[in-house]
Ligand binder design. Structure first.
Ligand code: TYM
Length: 334
């Protein structure tokens, strides 16, 4: 049996280049060596308010995009979190093994509370516990994520170890997989900040995976650089240029050394930005084409949704039953 991978993404906005490079691109590659579950974490997404029809559409689009990006729903499991009630059941149990102090220290909770001052709901606070439940439900060994999810993964490990200390070896304690390059893609206009798919203030900050090629090129042309006129990897002094180099390395599957060698004689930032934009277009075009084909194939996607949820439900029951027994819940009579 192959070791297990679990990862997920929220259905808030069209995924960004950061989501792809920091997470999904690695999910695709890891599929050959692991048994994987890739989840659209729609229950996490409702910590922010949505229009129901729009939300449903976004969830379906994200699952379709997962497949277009290369996730394989036949060999692995691609599904909606809300279709597997065990996520919520285990999350409640784990809530009772997580401390308020721990949750108060989560930087994403602090950031999101600042951004949504009129809706700091309890779900936003216990969000990382549901994330821990997602992971621990499936005996996950590896969790491929971007840099911003590191703290949530550490909390998940702490909860698992704490639970195991009391009840014996119930949970597998998972490791994070954080890619060496691309774990934190920055905004194109403010390259000291993370590129975020939920960006609304300035769309030039973010490349959305379904942006048409001319839009992508335009956004790269406008990307902020500096006045140093040299192409070097130095995130402190040249955050914009370094971010573009990182994007180029990921889009062309090259090492940073190879990219630096390629641009050694380039003095114009204009040409450099065009090359990065072109490489991103080339990387995204095949998945965009596949997405537009798939989204039209309603029957095929419906069949995947039903069949994959069924398989995830079956797997989830094994751990959930073990947990319930360990805690001392009364078994159902036969
Ligand atoms: P989310 O939806 O914010 O992001 C999905 C994945 O994309 C990564 N990511 C980035 N990587 C590099 N550069 C960026 N600018 C960038 N922006 C986002 C994220 O690190 C993440 O890996 N809480 C999670 C979803 C989740 C989850 C889970 C993940 C719920 N349950 C269990 C792993 C395991 C989230 O909000 O990701």
């Amino acid at each position: 049996m192959k070791p297990i991978i679990f990862s997920g993404m929220q259905a808030t906005g069209v995924p960004s280049l950061g989501n792809y490079v920091g997470a999904v691109k690695n999910w695709v590659e890891l599929q050959k060596d692991y048994s994987c579950l890739f989840c659209v974490v729609d229950m996490h997404s409702i910590t922010i308010r949505h229009d129901p029809a729009e939300f449903r559409k976004k969830c379906r689009e994200l699952l379709t995009l997962y497949i277009a990006m290369g996730l394989n729903p036949q060999e692995h499991i691609v599904y909606f979190q809300s279709h597997v009630p065990a996520h919520a059941e285990l999350a409640w149990i784990l809530n009772c093994f997580t401390y308020m102090g721990e949750l108060s220290r989560m930087t994403q909770f602090k950031d999101k509370s600042k951004k949504n001052e009129d809706n700091i709901n309890a779900g936003l606070f216990t969000y990382p516990v549901l994330q821990a439940a997602d992971i621990l439900l499936f005996n996950t060994k590896l969790v491929p994520i971007g840099d911003d999810q590191k703290q949530h993964l550490e909390l998940c490990r702490d909860i698992a170890v704490r639970f195991n200390k009391i009840y014996g070896d119930i949970f597998v304690v998972p490791d994070a997989y954080i890619p060496p390059v691309g774990a934190k893609i920055k905004s194109l206009q403010e390259p000291t900040k993370k590129m975020s798919k939920s960006e609304t203030a300035n769309l030039n900050n973010v490349i959305h995976l379904l942006d048409p090629p001319d839009v992508i090129i335009k956004k790269f042309k406008r990307a902020v650089t500096d006045s140093l006129n040299k192409i070097e990897y130095n995130p402190e002094e040249q955050p914009g240029v370094s971010n573009l180099l990182t994007i180029y390395a990921c889009a062309t599957n090259q090492t940073m050394q190879q990219c630096l060698a390629e641009f050694a004689n380039t003095t114009s930032y204009g040409n450099f930005k065009l090359k990065v934009g072109g490489a991103v277009v080339a990387m995204l075009e095949p998945l965009q084409k596949r997405y537009h084909e798939l989204i039209a194939d309603t029957a095929y996607i419906d069949e995947i949704i039903a069949n994959n949820a069924e398989r995830a439900n079956q797997l989830a029951q094994t751990t959930l039953t073990k947990v319930k027994n360990a805690i001392g819940f009364m078994p159902k009579s036969q």
